[in-house]
Design a protein around this ligand. Structure first.
Ligand code: NAD
Length: 330
């Protein structure tokens, strides 16, 4: 009997074709994640999803044939893993697919902030040619502080060497040899904030990382620091960041992620010309899209071939215990 695979969101055309050519699969491409075909869901053995398809108990109750869910994403906040475990559904994701894109966006923001590209363009738009209003800062010789030295943090550390930067990192969950391999100096969190010219966050959303940058720490930052967050919005207290920007405790900030997404167009963050904002586009490249689709397709085929799994969820990582309770197994 063929296994029915329901695709609920955008999926790379080449990967879709490849799946459709597998003799043992019946592939049903979905229209839009908001319009899941209920008749197909009931008989689906597998779901290929992205972050716009929330998986909850209600959906699992209907999908009685479901064996596996594969999310072509790195984040998994949209999946109730506890419910999946309860219903015996295997869950996998594709965390490696967007590392290059997310690391590249980090540098797009860092370089933009350091050379003040956005403010320089605004000068031209306003008919001014006053270059002394946008004096930048060289990255070479300066210190980058990385909070989280996993997949993306490690890639950013490698790029930093090419800019001639010294790199500090705080990550209590990885082995010392990883810091050595990457030529990165291990640092306590507060020291890193005090001694960096640029700080970039690459941590997951957990109870420990929630508001891990808050008023008390922002007040004691190295003055003139550039802050970058491409990880999760909950990591930085936005209200405290606005106060820090108003008081001039920071040189600038660049954010791709927010406490509430989409960001409210009335957000106070929008009033600062030195703040760069992007709408969660860290994984938004054609390359990451293709890599995630293909990785998800291969995981699916292998699962039905011999039951093999990779990048299963919940993640087998030491920080998983610090996830909010709704993410955890009973
Ligand atoms: P990863 O799991 O490979 O790395 C995360 C690292 O954070 C791990 O090394 C872990 O030990 C460390 N960590 C966990 N808790 C910590 C804590 N309390 N203090 C310091 N370090 C801690 O993840 P990744 O693939 O590198 O992704 C990093 C973040 O970027 C995730 O939040 C991910 O969801 C986000 N992300 C965002 C986008 C985007 O579109 N902006 C794209 C991809 C990933």
């Amino acid at each position: 009997m063929k296994k029915k695979v329901l695709i609920t969101d955008r999926f790379a055309a080449d990967s879709l074709l490849w799946l459709q050519r597998q003799g043992n699969l019946e592939v049903v491409p979905g229209d839009h994640p908001a319009k899941l075909p209920m008749d197909q869901l009931v008989s689906a053995h597998a779901l290929l999803i992205r972050s716009r398809t929330p998986i909850d108990e209600k959906l699992l109750q209907k999908a009685r044939q479901l064996q596996v869910i594969i999310s072509a994403t790195s984040g998994f906040d949209h999946i109730d893993l506890e419910a999946c475990t309860k219903w015996g559904v295997t869950v996998m994701h594709t965390p490696g697919a967007n590392v290059e894109s997310a690391a590249q966006l980090t540098w797009a923001l860092a370089l933009n902030a350091a050379s003040r590209v956005r403010e320089a363009r605004a000068l031209i738009e306003s008919g001014e040619w006053q270059r002394d209003k946008v004096i930048g800062m060289e990255l070479s010789g300066r210190t980058l502080g990385l909070v989280g030295l996993g997949r993306i943090g490690s890639r950013v550390a490698q790029h930093a060497q090419a800019f001639g930067m010294k790199v500090l990192a705080y990550d209590p969950y990885i082995e010392d040899r990883r810091f050595t391999e990457l030529n990165v100096q291990k640092s306590p969190y507060e020291d890193l904030l005090r001694h960096s010219d640029l700080v970039s966050f690459h941590v997951p959303k957990t109870l420990e990382t929630e508001h891990m940058l808050h008023r008390g720490l922002l007040e004691r930052l190295a003055r003139g620091l550039i802050l970058i967050n491409t990880s999760r919005g909950s990591v930085v207290s936005e209200a405290d960041l606005v106060e820090a920007l108003e008081k001039g405790w920071l040189r600038s900030a660049a954010l791709d992620v927010f406490e509430q997404e989409p960001l409210d167009p009335a957000s106070a963050l929008l009033k600062f010309p030195q703040v760069l904002l992007t709408p969660h586009i860290g994984a938004n490249s054609e390359d990451a899209f293709f890599k995630a689709s293909q990785a998800a397709a291969e995981k699916l085929v292998n699962f039905f071939l011999d039951g093999s799994t990779s990048d299963t969820l919940p993640p087998r990582v030491p920080w998983y215990g610090a996830l909010p309770p709704s993410f955890r197994l009973p």
